[in-house]
Each structure stands twice: as structure tokens, then as C-alpha cells.
Design a binder for this molecule. Sequence first.
Ligand code: GLO
Ligand code: MG
Length: 345
Amino acid sequence: MKTPRYKFCFGPWNLSEGQDPYGPPVRPPQSFDWKLDALKRLGFEAMMFHDDDAVPDIDQKTDAQLRAAARALKRKLSDAGVTAEMVAPRLWFDPRTLDGAYTSNDPKCRRYAIERSLRCIDVANHLGTDLIVLWLAREGSYLREAKNARRCVDYLVQALDRMLSHDKRIRIAIEPKPNEPMDHAYLPTIGHALAIAQLTRDPKRVGCLIESAHAILAGLDPADEIDFAMSFGKLWSLHLNDQNGLKFDQDKPFGSANLRVAFNQVRALERNGYGRRGEYVCFDVHPFRPTKVEHWLAHLENSRRTFLKLVHKSRSFDEAQAQALIKDRNYAALDQLVIEHLLGK
Ligand code: GLO
Ligand code: MG
């Protein structure tokens, strides 16, 4: 098997404790150091962060305290040989984000969201990454009549512009998701993310992050989303995982629900040269709730293992035969070629 050039990443939240809306945590909380050590033991190269994963209680900290905490973390990461892939403002927890963050109807809350995002950029600077990820969790509506969607687009552009002008080097990757926690989100797909980029003061610095489960929840094929984003040179990060149909966001291990959809994502990444500009393959996956403590890292290790096996499957696919079948419009045989290739000998 050719050695793949991919570099891997996950976030501290991916070592979750099993809490869901119906029940409490089922695994004991672990310290950040435990999680960093787990990442190292698994041989992953980078960690992704929410601003308050990096600087706990960020809203209570002065700028000087923020700087001290972020720099201490940066030293810890450097000592461990781990890179910070991105920082994302957590704009869905504080009471001021209850009715939306950038798109809240309350100007004080919109101001808070922007100020928090600028501080998130400062954290990213201290950690040595230029990538800010925006999962716009509460930018949408529970009921159409509560918000003015036209005005909300303006609010989103204003927020993006403030961030872009706060630091001339950062890049913003929008992570679209069509629903959950909202009924409908304002930026549900990659098309929406790339379209709003064009309204900002520096479209070149606004791109996207694709999460497999989010594309599936939008009724789209994640591989097509990858090809679309990469046609624009705008796929700057990736949350690979899996999703079994239209229900709550499951964050299953990569390939766990639909191996063929996973295979096609890997093929799309391969044909577009994902990773050549230093992009990481991140897994936004969670352990199944019944997972025992001793199996706590398996979903991450398995996702990477499946990914690498699919890289091999992608590189060993009989492309010549596939092309011949395509030319003959023999899609039944093409279908079977893919199935038998995935099944193996
Ligand atoms: C939730 C998202 C979430 C983001 C993370 C980074 O559905 O996938 O996990 O990726 O908060 O912004
Ligand atoms: Mg995600």
C-alpha cells in the first residue's frame, strides 16, 4: 500500500462522555492533558479547538489572561509535537446566544457574538493557526416569522467583515449544517457558504469545512460537496464521520453507516489533491453511548483505519475498466464493479 500523505486531527470534544438529551454522562470526565496524551498515543498530528477548549472561561478572562492561557497551551502543544489546526468560537452556549449569535434580534447579543469571535481570532494567533471555523449553530430560526432572513444575511456578512478586518491573515471556514439545534439554518450547504463569501470584503479568505453528516442531513452527497468546494479551492478543513439517514446528528465513525458513500468521499479527496496545501483530515466523531472507558479511543482509531483502507481502495480501483463501462453506458456493471471492489476477494 502506498504511504498516504494525509495528516489527522480531532478535537477534545470527540472524547465525549456520553451525555444525551435523555441521560447523563456515562464516562468520567478527563483532563485536557489526558486527551492530548490520547491524541499523541494514537499518532494524530493535530488538534482542533473551540475558543473555550483552548482558554476555559474565556468570557471571564481579561485580554492579558487570555494571552497567558493561550500561550501556555501553545507551549504544551509544541512540547507534544502537536499542531493546533483551527479555533472555532463557541457561539451557542452563553445566554446571550440563546436567540442566535450574529443573527440575534437583540443588538447587544449580536455585539457579544462579534466580540467573542474577535477574541477567538486572538486565541488562534497565539496558537499559531490562521484558520477560524464557524459552525453557525444558532444562526437560523425555530419559526420563520421570528426573524427577518434577509436582514440576517446582512448581519452574517457584517460579522464576517469584522473578523476579516480584525486580522488580515486569518481565513474563515464556514461549516454548514442544515438543522439541529435550529429548525432551519441560514447557511445549510456548501453552496450557501461559498455564496456568502462573495458578499464579504475579502472573499478569498472565506471558505468552508465539509462535515459528512451535515451534508447527508441536507439530503446531499458529501462527495459531491467535496468536489464542488474544491472546484473553488475552498475546502480548507473536513469533518469526516457518518450518518444513518435523516435524524439527529449522529457523528458516527467514518464509514460506519454507508461504506460506499465514504469510499466516494475518499475518491473525491484523492482526485482533488486534498491535503497538498497542508489541510488536515479531521474526524468529528463520538463514541457510541454504551462505550466502556477502556474502548474510549476506538471510534477515532477506527475512523482513521477505515479512511486509510479506503485510500487504498480508491488507488486500487480499476479505473480503466470503469472508464470502459462508462463509455458503454453499462452502469449496472459499473455498479457491480464498485460493490465487488469494496467487498474484496
Ligand atoms: C456540530 C458540529 C460541531 C462543530 C464544532 C467546531 O454539529 O459538527 O461539532 O464541528 O463545534 O465548530
Ligand atoms: Mg463538525
